[in-house]
Design a protein around this ligand. Structure first.
Ligand code: FES
Length: 103
């Protein structure tokens, strides 16, 4: 398990090695902004990596395609939470993440 801190909420998620950050948030009872329901096609879940970029897992092809289409480039600082896996501590920014009961 690796700790992922989500700003500005200040949420700290424990993310398993085979889990995406969005999946961990959902398991913990949080809503992560999405339009495509985690199919890596909308780009809505994009998050800014603030610390721990080297702890982020590889960028799969579908994420790379969506980042290129929606942002124009792939730089490693912006990742899709629905595809992002981690191997160590990461801090990222994603506005709109909130507890399910606030939906
Ligand atoms: S939720 Fe749509 S791209 Fe990640």
């Amino acid at each position: 398990m690796s700790a992922v801190t989500v700003l500005p909420l200040g949420l700290v998620l424990e993310v398993a090695g085979d889990q995406t950050v969005m999946a961990a948030a959902r398991t913990a009872g949080y809503v992560w902004p999405t339009v495509c329901d985690a199919s890596a096609s909308c780009g809505t879940c994009v998050s800014i990596i603030r610390e721990g970029e080297t702890n982020c897992g590889p960028i799969p092809d579908d994420e790379r395609e969506t980042l290129t289409r929606t942002l124009g480039s792939v730089d490693g600082d912006r990742r899709l939470a629905c595809r992002l896996t981690v191997t160590g501590p990461v801090t990222l920014t994603k506005r709109g993440v909130h507890p399910i009961e606030e939906s």
